[in-house]
Write a protein that binds this ligand. Structure first.
Ligand SMILES: Nc1ncnc2c1ncn2[C@@H]1O[C@H](COP(=O)(O)OP(=O)(O)O)[C@@H](O)[C@H]1O
Ligand SMILES: [Mg+2]
Length: 321
């Protein structure tokens, strides 16, 4: 179990995280979702005892991460953003070495078990420099699991992997999460939705939302944004678009671009296009707006507006990494 109370960290004059409060229970995969610079790694480094917070309390398995850092390190398996692997070591030897550092006595048994979990039994004799990025990532996960930790903390575990490798690592994390506490950070919305039981959204060092993934989906997929450009008489076009079934709102931007939102259950694009052409407008452009994660966060913190995002094509999907 992880408990965080009023956790704050300043880097000099810059506040990286502010007054974070959350818990993660046993048998739970908790997602820490936020764009780059949100404060995910900072929080994780504090939780894993790599640096102290400026103020606040962080506990793992009931142990304070500063006062009882040795206890915490025993309890926690940690996979950093960049796993420090030794290229000239064989997979088997590396995992064995990591177990040795933790003074495990059933070393070979532990290595065999981990190799099976990460699916690398047949590559155990390969030099780390000769295995693929996905396999390296799995070795990184393996070293985090070598001492059968109660708590697993993973910083962007799928970053830099191809889609097939991402699927493998995600499945593995879900499997592990059934019997342990897992905290994982990610900037990929769909990843958090897929593998987490609960998601905390962090932006600019603040928690802006905390929810079950299915609720997150509802909050984010209620409408979609589309941009339209016409040759002339844009104001008239706005009025027309407003009248189309399923369109929630439409307005004209200062750049002469019409932006409208429609319900996700109803794609109004074809109807809008047809109508505009029928009424004699020159339709120059009709594009679904790319909503990035930052915008989603802004939407999430905005109380007054319906949240608009196309969950079907998350902009920061795996290919981006
Ligand atoms: N070692 C550091 N020194 C100074 N500022 C840092 C340091 N590490 C992170 N930051 C700043 O703290 C903020 C949070 O960063 P980080 O925790 O790495 O975010 P994330 O992991 O969500 O991308 C960012 O504004 C980042 O520039
Ligand atoms: Mg980070």
């Amino acid at each position: 179990m992880i408990t965080v109370q009023s956790l704050t960290k300043d880097y000099g004059p810059n506040r990286a995280i502010e007054n974070l409060n959350f818990t993660a229970e046993k048998g739970e995969v908790l997602g820490f979702l936020g764009p780059n610079g949100a404060g995910k790694t900072t929080t994780i480094r504090i939780l894993t005892g790599f640096m102290p917070p400026t103020s606040g309390i962080a506990k793992v398995g009931g142990h304070d991460v500063i006062e009882e850092s040795l206890e915490v390190r025993k309890l926690v398996g940690y996979m950093p953003e960049t796993v420090p692997l030794y290229d000239d070591m064989r997979v088997y030897d590396y995992l064995r070495y990591m177990g040795q550092l933790r003074h495990l006595d059933n070393l070979d048994e532990r290595v065999e078990d981990v190799l099976e979990k990460i699916g690398l039994e047949d590559r155990s004799e390969s030099l780390i420099k000769n295995i693929s990025k996905g396999m390296r990532q799995r070795v990184g996960l393996g070293q985090a699991l070598i001492h059968e930790p109660e708590v697993l903390i993973l910083d962007e575990p799928t970053i830099g992997l191809d889609p097939k490798q991402i699927r493998e690592v995600r499945n593995l994390i879900q499997e592990i999460g059934k019997e342990r506490t897992v905290l994982l950070s990610t900037h990929i919305l769909s990843e958090a939705q897929q593998i987490c039981d609960r998601v905390i959204i962090i932006n600019k060092g603040l928690i802006v939302a905390e929810d079950a993934p299915e609720n997150l989906q509802n909050r984010l997929s209620s409408s979609r944004k589309v941009s339209v450009r016409v040759g002339a008489d844009a104001e008239k076009a706005v009025d027309l678009i407003k009248g189309v079934d399923g369109v929630v709102s439409a307005q004209l931007s200062t750049q002469g671009l019409i932006q409208f939102e429609n319900l996700s259950s109803r794609d109004s694009r074809a109807e809008v296009a047809k109508l505009l052409v029928q009424k004699g407008f020159d339709l120059l452009e009709l594009t679904p707006e790319v909503v990035n994660l930052e915008e989603i966060f802004l939407e999430l913190t905005r109380e007054d507006a319906p949240v608009a995002e196309a969950i079907e094509n998350p902009p920061l999907e795996e290919s981006e990494a």
